[in-house]
Design a protein around this ligand. Sequence first.
Ligand code: GDP
Length: 333
Amino acid sequence: MTHAPAALKTIDVAALAERIRSGERAALARAITFAESRRADHRATARALVQELLELTGKAIRVGVTGVPGVGKSTTIDALGSRLTAEGRKVAVLAVDPSSKRTGGSILGDKTRMARLAHDRNAYIRPSPSAGTLGGVAAKTRETMLLVEAAGFDVILVETVGIGQSEITVADMTDVFLVLMLPGAGDELQGIKKGVLEIADIIAVNKADGDGARRANDAAADYKAALRILNADSGAWTPEVLTISGRADLRLDTLWSRVEACRAARERSGEFSARRAKQQVRWMWDMVEARFRERLSEDPKLAERLPALEADVAKGDLAPTVAADEIAKVLGF
Ligand code: GDP
């Protein structure tokens, strides 16, 4: 048994949970720091907190927001979020950006990009956790999502970049998936990843203001046509396309009412709870896999054997299947 150094205070999970419940921002920030930490004891504290707060979680509407850099995600989230807080809602903006590890800081969820929300007492902005794989970043954001829900936030916007696998990951942890598009991009539909259109519940062509309005309408017509082909059978909700302006605050009220309509349609059909349940179970398995991977990377016996095994496999002297077998044996599986 190892003992924690005396300098480390034991954390009173029940007390911290109570402070989160009562909406204390400092307590929430502390809990999120635990969830994002690399330290095993911090992560265990975060897990205990989430368990303690579990019955308060799950009540928010969780919305994924994606789009290429420059499409207007932060401008739109700032305007939409401010509208929602003005109506009395509490809005949390989280981000999933696995590329942020390269720069050591994420652009997504950056408070300077959301000037109004950053100073709004009913909003909470948290940038992407910056360390690790997409799976690792997503796991931390999922935990953060539950913590902000327990703190009383009833709208969670999860921002991600319009490139790669992160969109699917975010769609998989939210109830409604919103894709922002640029006007004019409709001309280059072929260049847009089909995958994004397949998971979009709502496509909002942004910058539909001034000279952009016509081009945005053209793009919207193209996306509508593309969606008709892609989503012959999309369940309770048929994906929709609209034009908005985040900067001029055009049709953001309609956008939000469509987000709520999507959720309501899925609630009526039973898809909503089925989707949430599936997400929970998938999260569990993601965590199991992460644990196994951690064990793999931390096992001293394996660390000793691994360089030789890898070299033999690389040279072609050892079949990868046999090497995998040996690794499993070293780990006692
Ligand atoms: P993000 O990278 O997706 O977060 O995009 P930003 O919100 O930072 O916006 C990128 C640029 O587009 C900025 O210069 C914004 O002012 C501009 N922009 C954002 N939304 C709109 C809009 O609705 N209309 C117009 N005309 N410009 C916009």
